[in-house]
Design a protein around this ligand. Structure first.
Ligand code: HSE
Length: 314
């Protein structure tokens, strides 16, 4: 069953929703991300032996941990002998809207898969990763987990049963991602959403989802730009992010294709044509927050088409 005893893996941050695609679209970034180490052990069961970079906040009990629970379920399912030791090295902000819980969940399951003689396909792995999302925020949405696992830009047509569609995107599509130093919990931002929306808004939103997918596939930047707006979720959630409107204006004024909340926030992303433009827009966005005396980190990344990356294996 196993070809290796030890693996260290990088699992990327992700932008979920990508404007109009609440809960159904996401993309992977080159940075930031988490590092997960999984080793085989003689002691039975799945044990978390070390967590760094979490400020002591994450549960050490594997069943309650977003990276651990998927491994526990996989281990039970495969009925493997012995056990696993898991190290989680958080190298990205938590509660940031960059898919921190999904990165850990993807890293754990992908690391386990990388130990196997015959690795399992992504669609079989995703349900185990979604267990991690359920533990982290109560909802097993797949729009961080799926791009984190598959890499690239994905459409989650359904997460149960899994129906994930990779969408080719232009090579020079870059994201500028601004992470303001405040923490917002996904479950809180989901609680404030309206349960029903007017049909007129729904029509605009699903027209944009179709437009964005067509724009990506056809490398039509004007269409991508016209289709990114989120008319349903952003107006509700953006009030939780200080300076959001000003940051968005600065992104659009500086030439970004579009700008919205990354996942459930507080991070704000802008999609741009080319790295130079992404740097220009990112700088403009960060300067706007600087003027409001809000600290932030800025990441510039193309779409990461690789997903989890094996850093070391033996
Ligand atoms: N689609 C989810 C949400 C992503 O917006 O609540 C959370 O990261």
């Amino acid at each position: 069953m196993f070809a290796y005893n030890y693996v260290r893996i990088f699992a990327p941050a992700t932008i979920a929703n990508v404007g109009c695609g609440f809960d159904v679209m996401g993309l992977a970034l080159n940075e930031p991300g988490d590092e997960i180490v999984v080793s085989r052990s003689d002691k039975p069961g799945v044990r978390i032996t070390d967590i760094t970079g979490d400020g002591g906040l994450l549960p050490r009990d594997a069943e309650k941990n977003t990276a651990g629970i998927g491994l526990v379920k996989l281990w039970e399912k495969l009925g493997a002998e012995g056990g696993l030791e898991v190290e989680i090295h958080k190298k990205m902000p938590m509660g940031s809207g960059l898919g921190s819980s999904a990165a850990s969940a993807v890293g754990g399951v992908a690391a386990f898969n990388a130990l196997l003689e015959t690795p399992m396909p992504n669609e079989q792995l995703l349900p185990y990763i979604l267990e991690g999302e359920r533990v982290a925020c109560g909802t097993p949405h797949a729009d961080n987990a799926a791009p984190g696992l598959y890499g690239g830009f994905v459409l989650v047509r359904s997460s149960d049963p899994v129906d994930v569609i990779p969408i080719n995107s232009p090579e020079d599509l870059y994201a500028a991602v601004l992470h303001p130093h405040i923490e917002i919990l996904t479950e809180d931002t989901r609680r404030i959403l309206r349960k029903n929306i007017p049909l007129s808004l729904a029509v605009r939103q699903w027209a944009n989802v179709g437009g964005l997918i067509a724009g990506l596939l056809n490398r039509d930047y004007d269409l991508i730009s016209r289709s990114l707006p989120d008319v349903v979720i952003e107006p509700v959630r953006s009030v939780l992010i200080p300076g959001f409107d000003a940051v968005k204006h600065s992104a659009l004024d500086s030439g970004a294709l579009g700008c919205s909340i990354s996942g459930s926030g507080p991070s704000i992303f802008a999609l741009c044509r080319g790295e130079e433009q992404a740097r220009r827009s990112g700088k403009a966005m960060q300067q706007t927050l600087d003027r409001l005396e809000l600290e932030s980190d800025l990441y510039i990344s193309p779409i990461n088409n690789e997903g989890p990356k094996i850093l070391e294996r033996k």
